[in-house]
Design a protein around this ligand. Sequence first.
Ligand code: FA5
Length: 343
Amino acid sequence: MSLQDFLASLDALQCDAQSAFDSADDAESFEAARVAFTGAKKGRLKDVQKQMGAVPNEEKKTAGLKLNEVKSAIQTALETAQSRLGGGDDSGVDPTFDPTLPGNRPIIGHIHPITQTINHLMEIMGRMGFEAAEGPEVEDPWHNFVALNIPEDHPARDPLDNFYLATAAAAKADRNVEGEQLLRSQTSTVQIRIMEERQPPIRIISLGRVYRPDQPDATHFPMFHQMEGLLVDKNVTMANLKTVLRVFATNYLGDDVEIRFRPSFFPFTEPSVEVDFLWDGTWIEFGGAGMIDPNVFKAVGYDPDEVSGFAFGLGVERLCMRRHGITDIRDLYSGDLRFLRQF
Ligand code: FA5
């Protein structure tokens, strides 16, 4: 068969197939056209393809190219007819899709119990007029220690009790850069930052993460949260501190909570106390508190003869655990959703 004859039969095939698919107006006529032109056994395309064997070898390349063109034109005509008639794969409807089956329930996000506790604490303290304030988690020794009346040789500054950061350059030189910057070990840093920025009267709380290289156990974790409170004004007394903490505790844990101050020591408060709450028959230490030390007022440029104030710092995890009956702090950070979804 000459190349010309082969190309002519391809043209005729394309022309006939095009008009058959274009004029198909129901499933039956479409199916008839499909079998007649593209059918695996008796389809005309198959026949013409067979004839290519008779085209001289040196002209087979041209013949093959044309054959592919015609094949894809017929396929396009078939698909166009198919989608016009609303059937087949192009309809966009998956034939295995059953709209009557129940849907997949989406997984709804969940607020972590510590975040829920933080929101709750802010709400209670907000009702007593305490405004939320924030400070950085990476701190300098001035805000974490010096301004808080913690001198250079104080054990609280020991490298073993803090997460000091190595600067890139110092780390490269393998130098000990203790004292440069650290992850804050307490939220009391925010007291300093706020007093440096503002003048009294001040009434703030700060809720955030703090870090200590503590061995994890049921009540300790190396990263935990504190709620810092600071009130500075004129004639502030220890009775004001106790009232604020009592109102807080009864709002958070219930009317039957009792509060106890135990004498203690913090370099930045004088006098200082440990704050315990009695709840469900047990006394538990929730944090520390006291009247702001005159040296702290001096460090931020306040006159200690003019102003007075109190501060407290409570462990947020301990508060959350007490309220929800959680017995191991590590459960809060295990990432186990079966545990977290309970709250
Ligand atoms: C302080 O951090 C003082 N800054 C508190 C303070 C503020 C005193 C203002 C006076 C004025 P302390 O180190 O005791 O204090 O920690 C306070 C509370 O944090 C503890 O009572 C406890 O509830 C919690 N806490 C301490 N270490 C951990 C830990 N590793 N994991 C979980 N909670 C902790």
